[in-house]
Design a binder for this molecule. Structure first.
Ligand code: MUC
Ligand code: MG
Length: 375
């Protein structure tokens, strides 16, 4: 008779708490630890798919927390997938979206696990499943966010000397505009032409503060201004993008393709930060990328400071794109003191190597996973 179809048999979620190498200060939170939600999806052919859903600072970044991601996978999303055919990932994405609104980080973890399993089954990489690579080595910036100007400068020189990173993003918005501009200008002055300096305000400014702040940052030689205003205020993002010569990067304002369309139609000019967590997985994130390419928007490979699994999933997606004008920030694993995988990603020459498949090309270190899993 016909072969039995492969089905999804079991989905396990674990919260994994990993300490950061130093406090990471953002406008909305200071991180001393990162929590990964790790998904292990077992299929009837014995293949296991790995996925990761990660956010920043509990509930301070967005409406999903690590605990809600785990709970909503266990309670709502996993039961939609168990017993379903493993291979038709698009049908499973549609099924999840039909029954569950939002919760894109949880969906991204599951979509990643489906892609990893399918890649392992067919003995190809996730990038190959997504149509094949344009790039195997992707540029990666580093975020300077120790909270101390001098320490940030030392950190930047170290990264430059190690040929680890040559682009830096500074997290501002927690202090007054004058203090922030001063901090940024001192770092830019110290590094000069050796580095590209960008800033991320993470929605901390209102529009008039943004006008004042961006004018000063443009004068200081900053290359890119990320999400200065509230995610919901697309009109302000559009006005700011048209007012200044310095490039504007939409992050929280562009969760998915719908948001991208609104920004494009509203006359935004600048770049979009892609994140698998915002869109609901690598496939959805690439939909936004293709819209952006068709509309003349520039691209940037964004992170939610994921560990190696989420970072690898993102890299497989970004590797398929012909061009990312602003490179990527896929440095999450480097901010963490330890890892839960057998072999870390290879960072060198100001970028990272796309892990070879099958699937994501990532293997768990079971002892480390047990050690860092929340009891
Ligand atoms: C964000 O909003 O871009 C990316 C790098 C980093 O340090 O924080 C994230 C989040
Ligand atoms: Mg951002």
């Amino acid at each position: 008779g016909a072969p039995m179809p492969v089905v999804i048999e079991h989905i396990e979620t674990q919260l994994v708490d990993l300490p950061t190498i130093r406090p990471h200060k953002l406008s909305m939170a200071t991180m001393g630890c990162q929590t990964l939600v790790i998904v292990r999806m077992r299929h009837s052919d014995g293949v296991e798919g790995l996925g990761e859903g990660t956010t920043i600072g509990g509930l301070s970044y967005g409406p999903e927390s690590p605990e809600s991601i785990k709970c909503n996978i266990d309670t709502y999303l996993a039961p939609l997938l168990i017993g379903q055919s493993s291979a038709n990932i698009n049908a499973l994405r549609a099924r999840m979206n039909r029954h569950v609104r939002g919760n894109t980080i949880a969906k991204s973890a599951l979509e990643t696990a489906l892609l990893d399993a399918q890649g392992k089954r067919l003995e190809v990489s996730v990038a190959t499943l997504l149509g094949g690579t344009n790039h195997d080595h992707l540029p990666v910036l580093w975020t300077l966010a120790s909270g101390d100007t001098q320490q940030d400068i030392e950190e930047a020189f170290q990264r430059l000397d190690d040929r680890r990173h040559c682009d830096f993003k500074l997290k501002i918005g927690a202090n007054s505009v004058d203090q922030d501009v001063n901090h940024v200008a001192m770092i830019k002055e110290a590094l000069g032409e050796r580095a590209s300096i960008r800033v991320d305000i993470n929605q901390a400014w209102d529009e008039s503060t943004a006008v004042r702040g961006i004018a000063a940052l443009q004068n200081a030689g900053i290359d890119l201004i990320e999400q200065p205003v509230d995610a919901r205020d697309k009109a302000a993002m559009i006005r700011l993008s048209r007012r200044f010569n310095v490039s504007m990067l939409a992050d929280e304002a562009v969760q998915d393709t719908r948001d991208g369309l609104d920004l494009v139609c509203g006359g935004f000019s600048g770049a979009f930060a892609l994140k698998i967590a915002k869109s609901g997985g690598p496939l959805e994130a690439l939909e936004l990328a293709h819209l952006a390419q068709a509309s003349g928007m520039e691209l940037y490979g964004g992170t939610m400071l994921e560990g190696t699994i989420g970072t690898a999933a993102s890299l497989h997606a970004w590797s398929t794109l012909s061009e990312m004008a602003w490179g990527t920030e896929m440095f999450g694993p480097l901010l963490l003191e330890d890892d839960i995988v057998a072999e870390p990603l290879s960072y060198h020459e100001f970028g990272v190597e796309l892990p070879a498949g099958p699937g994501l090309g990532i293997t768990l270190d079971e002892d480390k996973l047990t050690h860092y899993s929340r009891k």
